[in-house]
Design a protein around this ligand. Sequence first.
Ligand code: SME
Length: 159
Amino acid sequence: MYDFAITADDKSTFYRDLAAALESLVAGEPDAIANMANAAALIWESVPGLNWAGFYRNVGGELVLGPFQGRAACIRIPFGTGVCGAAAATGQVQRVDDVHAFPGHIACDAASISELVLPIARDDEVIAVLDLDSPHAARFDAEDEAGFVAIAAILARAL
Ligand code: SME
């Protein structure tokens, strides 16, 4: 049984604890699907204010839905389309305060207002993106972004 209680109020401690929990969850496990599934569950349980947390994988140059928590979602997203597609095409983190103002945003869940999408890259190729959606405007600040960049770096070694 895994029982991670990540409750720190200050974000730097919170993300340090979250990264340590993720490291221990993926340690020694080579299966990418298992690691994505546990990462999505850990994030969903630990990070407040989310309505979706999960992965899209680069399958032949197209993003295809991977393990996630939240409502059923769009299955295929072309590179360059929407927030996830922008992260995959550019290799840059996308932090969007209001997705309604983002050109080409894909509304999988009408409740989503802000998003943080992190490319997960290995050998200069984006192999997946981690997509975090919130029903609150501007849910993610620079500290959240920095914390999740560290999470994405752990995942880059575990997928
Ligand atoms: N809103 C995303 C699509 C994925 S879902 O939110 C799960 C986007 O525009 O990339």
